[in-house]
Design a binder for this molecule. Sequence first.
Ligand code: MLT
Length: 261
Amino acid sequence: MPSVTLENRTLHFEDVGEGTPVLLLHGFPLSSESFWPQLERPPRGARLIVPDHQGFGRSPPGDEPFTMEQLALDALRLLDAMHLGSVVVGGVSMGGYASMALARLDPSRARALVLIDTQHGADDDAAQARREATALEVEAKGAAVVAEAMLPKLFAPSVLPATRERIDRIMRAQRPASIAAASRGMARRRDSGDVLAHHAGPCLIVVGAQDTLTPPAKARAMAERMKDAELEVIDGAGHLSNLEQPDAFNAAVERLLRRLP
Ligand code: MLT
């Protein structure tokens, strides 16, 4: 796994496939490994760049607070280090929040968006309070509490047991302090409706038909705010549609790449 040093820390990332650069940002509390079907078989025509966010996977924690803007800045610095200008920017759930933060920070770097099982809205007070409770619980008891709470909500009933087990293992392997920081970072995220409305390029919005965490209604609400969005609702998938139905997911990305200007 290659890495780059960004100011005071190291960011590890995967770089696979050949073609149009596609940055993919992982969800909470996961790592780049959560794109394993795409890393093993990238969509045709795509070069996938998939970082481990600060403190997750192989990337050590950073000194800066974990915010969606910081994830976006890290991703922009990674693209700079790779001499990549405008790329397709996408992410799953929390990775989608960071993708929208990137498009706000520097719209010129996002020629297209791929928003996967995510939402544009900010947390209300009750959701922020739940995130703080999660952070405190993880700090007290470790990553297993989050894995146990999230695992039953992540997948459609048809998920392969091996997929479920691998995601469980990835969640349990993450650093409790980083999980807590990410939970607090997501609580502070901004509403990104303005980013969607101003995005000039195409957008692919992907959602599992059985996603209960960010359901299809939230995906439709994102699509309605955009000038050029294609909504792909994937049957037999929950919140991690790229893992649950990788062929359908890859086909949707390939369609997006074919219609890029
Ligand atoms: C994720 O999958 O990244 C999380 O479900 C996002 C969230 O908790 O809002």
